[in-house]
Design a protein around this ligand. Sequence first.
Ligand SMILES: [Zn+2]
Length: 114
Amino acid sequence: MSHAFHPHCGCAQCDRVERSDERRAEFIRARVAELSDDEASLRAAEEWTAGTFDGSHYSEVTLALFALHRTDPDKLEGSAVLTRLYRLAKTEHAALEQQLRLMAAAEWDREDAA
Ligand SMILES: [Zn+2]
Protein backbone atom coordinates (compact mmCIF):
# COMPACT_ATOMS: atom_id res chain seq x y z
CA MET A 1 0.00 0.00 0.00
CA SER A 2 1.28 3.42 -0.96
CA HIS A 3 0.92 6.26 1.53
CA ALA A 4 2.54 9.54 2.58
CA PHE A 5 5.95 9.12 4.17
CA HIS A 6 6.04 8.65 7.94
CA PRO A 7 9.43 8.56 9.66
CA HIS A 8 9.94 5.30 11.57
CA CYS A 9 6.70 3.91 10.09
CA GLY A 10 8.50 0.63 9.47
CA CYS A 11 6.87 -0.27 6.13
CA ALA A 12 9.16 -0.94 3.16
CA GLN A 13 8.12 2.22 1.33
CA CYS A 14 8.81 4.54 4.27
CA ASP A 15 12.05 2.69 5.05
CA ARG A 16 13.26 3.35 1.50
CA VAL A 17 12.43 7.08 1.70
CA GLU A 18 13.99 7.36 5.15
CA ARG A 19 17.17 5.62 4.02
CA SER A 20 17.52 7.83 0.93
CA ASP A 21 16.95 10.97 3.05
CA GLU A 22 19.59 9.78 5.50
CA ARG A 23 22.03 9.02 2.69
CA ARG A 24 21.43 12.51 1.26
CA ALA A 25 21.93 14.16 4.67
CA GLU A 26 25.08 12.08 5.27
CA PHE A 27 26.46 13.00 1.83
CA ILE A 28 25.80 16.70 2.47
CA ARG A 29 27.49 16.57 5.91
CA ALA A 30 30.58 14.83 4.50
CA ARG A 31 30.72 17.01 1.38
CA VAL A 32 30.44 20.26 3.39
CA ALA A 33 33.45 19.12 5.46
CA GLU A 34 35.43 18.54 2.23
CA LEU A 35 34.31 21.80 0.62
CA SER A 36 35.26 23.69 3.80
CA ASP A 37 38.91 22.75 3.10
CA ASP A 38 38.72 23.63 -0.60
CA GLU A 39 39.81 27.16 -1.43
CA ALA A 40 37.96 27.35 -4.78
CA SER A 41 34.67 26.17 -3.22
CA LEU A 42 35.04 28.63 -0.36
CA ARG A 43 35.60 31.43 -2.85
CA ALA A 44 32.51 30.36 -4.80
CA ALA A 45 30.46 30.32 -1.58
CA GLU A 46 31.84 33.72 -0.64
CA GLU A 47 30.73 35.15 -3.99
CA TRP A 48 27.17 33.98 -3.25
CA THR A 49 27.14 35.46 0.25
CA ALA A 50 29.04 38.68 -0.57
CA GLY A 51 26.89 41.69 0.24
CA THR A 52 24.16 39.63 1.91
CA PHE A 53 24.93 40.57 5.54
CA ASP A 54 23.14 43.52 7.09
CA GLY A 55 24.98 46.83 6.94
CA SER A 56 26.04 46.86 10.58
CA HIS A 57 27.95 43.59 10.06
CA TYR A 58 30.36 45.25 7.63
CA SER A 59 30.85 48.18 10.01
CA GLU A 60 31.59 45.77 12.85
CA VAL A 61 34.14 43.88 10.69
CA THR A 62 35.90 47.12 9.73
CA LEU A 63 36.00 48.39 13.32
CA ALA A 64 37.16 45.04 14.69
CA LEU A 65 39.99 44.93 12.13
CA PHE A 66 40.90 48.51 13.02
CA ALA A 67 41.05 47.50 16.70
CA LEU A 68 43.00 44.35 15.80
CA HIS A 69 45.68 46.37 14.01
CA ARG A 70 46.08 48.52 17.13
CA THR A 71 46.44 45.48 19.41
CA ASP A 72 49.82 44.07 20.33
CA PRO A 73 49.82 40.40 19.21
CA ASP A 74 51.11 39.47 22.69
CA LYS A 75 47.97 41.01 24.24
CA LEU A 76 45.51 39.33 21.87
CA GLU A 77 44.75 36.26 23.93
CA GLY A 78 41.64 36.84 26.04
CA SER A 79 41.20 40.37 24.65
CA ALA A 80 37.89 42.07 23.80
CA VAL A 81 38.95 42.45 20.17
CA LEU A 82 39.48 38.69 19.84
CA THR A 83 36.00 38.08 21.27
CA ARG A 84 34.56 40.53 18.71
CA LEU A 85 36.42 38.84 15.86
CA TYR A 86 35.20 35.38 16.91
CA ARG A 87 31.61 36.68 17.06
CA LEU A 88 31.92 38.12 13.54
CA ALA A 89 33.63 34.94 12.35
CA LYS A 90 30.68 32.89 13.63
CA THR A 91 28.28 34.95 11.50
CA GLU A 92 30.48 34.62 8.41
CA HIS A 93 30.97 30.90 9.01
CA ALA A 94 27.22 30.27 9.30
CA ALA A 95 26.54 32.07 6.01
CA LEU A 96 29.31 30.33 4.07
CA GLU A 97 28.46 26.93 5.54
CA GLN A 98 24.82 27.38 4.54
CA GLN A 99 26.00 28.13 0.99
CA LEU A 100 28.30 25.06 1.01
CA ARG A 101 25.30 22.96 2.13
CA LEU A 102 23.30 24.25 -0.85
CA MET A 103 26.22 23.42 -3.19
CA ALA A 104 26.54 19.90 -1.73
CA ALA A 105 22.77 19.35 -1.95
CA ALA A 106 22.81 20.45 -5.59
CA GLU A 107 25.60 17.93 -6.30
CA TRP A 108 23.58 15.12 -4.71
CA ASP A 109 20.40 16.08 -6.52
CA ARG A 110 22.25 16.26 -9.87
CA GLU A 111 23.66 12.75 -9.30
CA ASP A 112 20.24 11.55 -8.20
CA ALA A 113 18.58 12.90 -11.35
CA ALA A 114 21.30 11.50 -13.65
ZN1 LIG B 1 4.90 3.46 5.84
